[in-house]
Design a protein around this ligand. Structure first.
Ligand code: B12
Length: 448
């Protein structure tokens, strides 16, 4: 029985009845006025605080040097690292000589080229500079700074964010514990300051920067489905370059209104924690944020600001319950780094995790080691997720809506997803012949 027959003769009828009702009757009672530009599907619930708990006695600011990029040698061992790198170089050459699809010169050149804009930015550098000389301030224009209400400002920021390429946008009061304590060997501190600045020892965020704008950018599922090849890496790197453009644009826009803005991609603090607070999605088994609209195939970034903004709420769309049962990402992970625990917990796996928040913590050095083994990074945990669906057909919306409401259906949906072959690795050689959309993404999606 194929997928169409299944829905026609089997579950389809019942599913449409159950899901259709759910999709139309969902509760979204506490949406804020700022959500009028963009809102989640109706089956997504707003909740007062994120579902996963934080232990206030333990949770504090993370030193970025402890993430696996900063301390890989310490976690993996110098000799092991050298061996890994040597094997990776040999394998890379072997794949070139074999002209293996996904690992050829053109594939690797594409992945590198897609990084090109991302490489213009860094913590308080280039496109992510905390201040700008090129901005035309309201003062220079001879007018007052922007003085709309927080609701108007939130609506306006969301419109601008969509214009600059955001898939989804959420706003939250900044929880300072999500900001790194240190980065680039400098302390990151909050001070009573008019402008953000950096000196020899520290990076200073003005106290008045109380708001965080959380932004997601779609990655091309066509690329990610070719993981682990350079074609899938190009999906990540294009996402990064688009994040760079997005945060640079939004920050400059806010400065043009007369306010302070700090653009950030992977630097500065946890984009995932900020995204969860701002209601972009829920934390899943991958220890990453999953959105109701795009599942896991989004990259995240953020902008901190003092522009007063109406805030959004965290969301619940049944993901936590789904992830407890599904485990597809953990099964598919070639490095075996993801947790198989039934429940998320406070038990960290190593110094690379920040203690004090509940999660399915991962054995991160294994993941990064596999990036070398594969020679081209890895995104396998993303396309195998049953929430990663790019064809926003009615049936998928209904399945998602039903899953959000009836956890008992989760195992069924996860199994059927596998049976239908979603998430199965695609041939990277064929990617070059696809009839691609702009940036390889579907911009008609997520229009709430
Ligand atoms: C370092 C890093 C990694 C490391 C691992 C993390 C580590 N512990 O060192 C490596 C290189 C292995 C890695 C791998 C991947 N990463 Co990564 N990674 C990061 C990075 C740069 C920093 C994360 C960090 O500091 N972790 C250290 C501590 C904080 O980890 P932790 O305590 O376990 O907490 C994790 C979550 O629980 C959450 N979090 C942190 N604090 C809090 C607090 C609360 C209250 C909550 C709810 C959540 C939360 O964020 C952390 C993510 O690692 C972020 C960007 C950013 N600034 O957020 C991207 C980021 C998290 N990665 C991302 C992605 C997509 C991936 C990969 C899929 C690779 C890819 N193809 O892109 C894999 C997935 C691996 C997996 N599932 O385990 C995305 C996730 C997007 C999303 N939808 O959530 C991010 C946000 C990058 C981006 N710009 O989009 N990553």
């Amino acid at each position: 029985m194929n997928r169409r027959d299944f829905f026609k003769f089997g579950f389809g009828g019942a599913g449409l009845a159950v899901g259709g009702g759910l999709a139309s009757g969902a509760d979204n009672s506490s949406s804020t006025p700022g959500r009028s530009v963009y809102s989640h599907p109706r089956w997504v619930k707003m909740i007062p605080r994120p579902k996963l708990a934080v232990d206030d006695n333990i949770y504090s600011r993370f030193n970025a040097v402890n993430n696996v990029f900063g301390s890989f040698t310490r976690y993996y061992g110098e000799d092991n690292r050298k061996k890994l790198m040597k094997e990776s170089r040999n394998k890379t050459m072997k794949y070139y000589l074999e002209k293996r699809p996904g690992y050829r010169l053109e594939d690797r050149a594409l992945a590198d080229a897609a990084w090109v804009i991302s490489r213009l930015g860094g913590l308080n550098r280039g496109t992510r500079a905390w201040t700008s000389k090129s901005v035309r301030t309201p003062e220079e224009r001879g007018v007052e700074k922007y003085n709309g209400s927080p609701e108007e400002a939130a609506k306006m920021i969301k419109a601008a964010a969509r214009y600059f390429g955001a898939a989804t946008i959420g706003i939250t009061i900044l929880d300072r514990r999500h900001i790194h304590s240190q980065e680039r060997r400098k302390q990151i501190v909050f001070e009573k300051a008019a402008e953000p600045y950096e000196d020899e020892e520290k990076l200073v965020i003005p106290d008045k920067c109380k708001y965080a704008i959380a932004l997601s950018v779609q990655m091309s599922l066509d690329n990610l489905q070719c993981s682990p090849t350079a074609i899938s890496s190009a999906g990540s790197s294009m996402g990064y370059s688009r994040c760079e453009f997005l945060v640079a644009g939004i920050a400059q826009f806010i400065r043009g209104l007369g306010y302070v803005a700090i653009p950030s991609v992977n630097d500065l603090g946890s984009s995932v924690a900020i995204g969860v607070d701002a209601g972009l999605g829920e934390l899943g088994r991958t220890n990453r944020l999953i959105t109701p609209e795009f599942g896991p195939y989004v990259r995240l970034c953020k902008v901190l600001t003092d522009l007063p903004l109406a805030t959004d709420k965290p969301i619940n769309f049944g993901l936590l319950e789904f992830c407890k049962i599904c485990k597809r990402c953990a099964e598919a992970c070639p490095s075996n780094c993801l947790s198989f625990d039934d429940q998320p917990s406070f038990r960290v796996k190593g110094e690379w995790n920040n203690p004090g928040h509940q999660a399915w913590f991962e054995d991160a050095p294994k993941c990064l080691a596999y990036w070398q083994e594969s020679t081209s990074g890895c995104s396998i945990c993303i396309p195998v997720c049953p929430w990663a669906k790019k064809d926003k057909t009615m049936i998928h919306e209904i399945v998602k809506a039903a899953s959000a409401k009836i956890p008992a259906l989760d195992i069924f949906f996860s199994t059927m997803d596998e049976v239908f072959g979603y998430g199965r690795q695609k041939d990277a050689g064929k990617w070059w012949s696809l009839n691609l959309t702009e940036y390889g993404i579907d911009t008609t999606q997520g229009k709430g």
